[in-house]
Design a protein around this ligand. Structure first.
Ligand SMILES: Cc1cc2nc3c(=O)[nH]c(=O)nc-3n(C[C@H](O)[C@H](O)[C@H](O)COP(=O)(O)O)c2cc1C
Length: 221
């Protein structure tokens, strides 16, 4: 009887420990669908790794951004999620202009540096060896070494919480001539963009194999 009680107590302890662990991790398994509940997370893969250029206090600066994407086709709009205390953010607000530069995989050390050093203390453009050019805007420096460059004006910002949503209108696009295909369209293999795989991996990756043609593969079903 006493033994039974001890065994029962042990089992209860194990169950309690498992429940406590599960609660601590915020995880809960739904065995029917083999899914573990993880709460609201920012886990979306892959993200782009971009270099955002602007002018802060009269000086060009660039920073890395991955909370980013295309928001609208017509007119063409891009969005960024920016921490409002960023040096770069203050320049974007001050000038109403910025650039989105798509780096190649060979530029990964520069991309990482621009994401760990602040323009408030470091001349990242000099340290990365970037050469800049300007298009139609005066405060949106474009990085020559990046094969694809978008010139943008700030359309609006909206505070969301930790980050501020920055919506930019794309006013011009530049592509390194060697990265165009025979039809004059950007060749993604030549651009060789970097994806960022964040939490928990924190890795930069290349694009992988082509798996299907869009607006086409679905017809096979
Ligand atoms: C891969 C990567 C992605 C990043 N994405 C963002 C982002 O989307 N928004 C943001 O506010 N900061 C982002 N950061 C952090 C900024 O790039 C970093 O704080 C940078 O030093 C800011 O530069 P600044 O002080 O010159 O503006 C990212 C950093 C890395 C390494």
């Amino acid at each position: 009887m006493g033994r039974k009680t001890t065994q029962g107590g042990c089992r209860l302890l194990v169950i309690c420990r498992a429940v406590a662990l599960t609660a601590a991790c915020g995880s809960e398994i739904n065995e029917a669908v083999n899914k573990v509940r993880k709460g609201p997370q920012t886990w979306l893969y892959p993200l782009p790794a971009l270099l955002i250029g602007t002018t802060v206090d009269g000086k060009p600066n660039v920073m890395t951004a991955s909370w980013a994407g295309m928001a609208c086709t017509e007119p063409p709009m891009v969005f960024l999620g920016m921490l409002p205390h960023r040096h770069t953010f203050s320049g974007m607000i001050e000038t109403g202009e910025f650039s989105v530069n798509v780096p190649s995989a060979s530029m990964t050390p520069q991309v990482d540096l621009c994401g760990i050093a602040s323009g408030a203390v470091t001349d990242k453009i000099a340290r990365c060896g970037f050469t800049l050019f300007y298009g139609t805007l005066t405060h949106a420096p474009l990085i020559n070494q990046c094969p694809l460059n978008l010139e943008c004006t700030v359309e609006f910002t909206r505070e969301m919480g930790s980050h501020t949503l920055m919506l930019g209108r794309i006013v011009e696009t530049y592509v390194t001539a060697d990265c165009l295909d025979a039809d004059g369209m950007p060749d993604f293999r030549k651009i060789d963009p970097i994806s960022y795989v964040h939490t928990p991996a924190k890795k930069y990756t290349r694009l992988g194999d082509v798996v299907a043609d869009s607006f086409s593969a679905g017809h096979s079903l």
